[in-house]
Ligand binder design. Structure first.
Ligand code: SAH
Length: 258
């Protein structure tokens, strides 16, 4: 995300009065067609963020740069993405910091990559599906600043076969059999390095924890993140009726001297 007026080439979010959200890439001469009429991109280019527009049929739209969470929920997907509530927690529990050398696998749609890169780390991503890797790279290029791409290296490969990098600070996994990456991670991480794995099923957690127990990793921990929105309107102040009840578990461990 940049600041200043909205420019051609940037993605922007249009929000109508019913809170429907549309993500578009601004192009000179471009048009955005909605049920409520047409909006010309040229009306948006050069305006500040937060500007309000009126379409042909009088509907108001609010125009803002997408936050990273907006982008992740709207961007094209190959694989299922890690939700913002979980990527936020991953940054803290994997203790991602500027300059940290991170191995990420699998890369999927690149949502978690975007969070790791935003936090300033240097990411090597392994992904064994070429089509997903293309989606992830396109998403990172579209939503992150060009500087970020210099810290993002991706490789088409199977992480179960091993990790070439050494002296890594962090290993962050989102794939079905993370226990198959424990021994590789113990070799690739520096002592004190952190291993974090996101898994949807508690049976995966059990198997992973058994593998971690039998390894030089210590301080194993598994958590899940529950986020409940609230409805606040006049005297009606209560939790939202609906929430995302389950996504995945976060398991962390630290590599110690064997
Ligand atoms: N965290 C990603 C989504 C990852 S989905 C995001 O936020 O967008 C899981 C991904 O792991 C899939 O793309 C799948 O192809 C990949 N994968 C599964 N097993 C793998 C392996 N052994 N090596 C590399 N990638 C793998």
């Amino acid at each position: 995300m940049t600041s200043g007026v909205l420019r051609a080439g940037e993605p922007v979010l249009l929000i109508d009065r019913k809170s429907r959200r549309y993500l578009i890439d601004l192009t000179e001469g471009g048009e955005f067609h909605t049920h409520a009429g047409v909006i010309s991109h040229d009306e948006i280019i050069g305006e500040p963020e937060g500007t309000r527009l009126r379409s042909g049929r009088g509907t108001n739209f609010l125009v803002l740069r997408p936050t990273q969470a907006d982008a992740v929920l709207k961007m094209p997907r190959g694989a299922q993405v890690i939700y913002p509530k979980d990527s936020a927690a991953i940054l803290t529990w994997a203790d991602i910091y500027p300059g940290a050398r991170v191995l990420e696998a699998g890369v999927g749609s690149g949502a978690l990559s975007m969070a790791l890169l935003r936090a300033g780390s240097v990411v090597t991503g392994y992904e064994y599906r070429e089509d997903f890797l293309a989606v992830a790279r396109a998403n990172v290029a579209r939503f992150c600043s060009p500087e970020v791409l210099q810290r993002y290296h991706t490789e088409l490969r199977d992480v179960y076969e091993g990790i070439d990098e050494s002296d890594l600070d962090r290993v962050v996994l989102d794939l079905p059999e993370p226990w198959r990456v424990v021994t590789h991670s113990a070799k690739a991480l520096r002592s004190g390095g952190i291993f974090l794995s996101y898994t949807p099923s508690i049976m995966q957690v059990k198997r992973l924890r058994e593998a971690l127990e039998a390894s030089p990793f210590e301080l194993h921990s598994t958590v899940e993140v529950l986020m409940r929105g609230w409805h606040v309107a006049g005297e009606a102040v209560r939790p939202d009726h609906r929430m995302v009840a389950h996504t995945g578990f976060l398991t962390t461990s630290r590599l110690c001297v064997p």
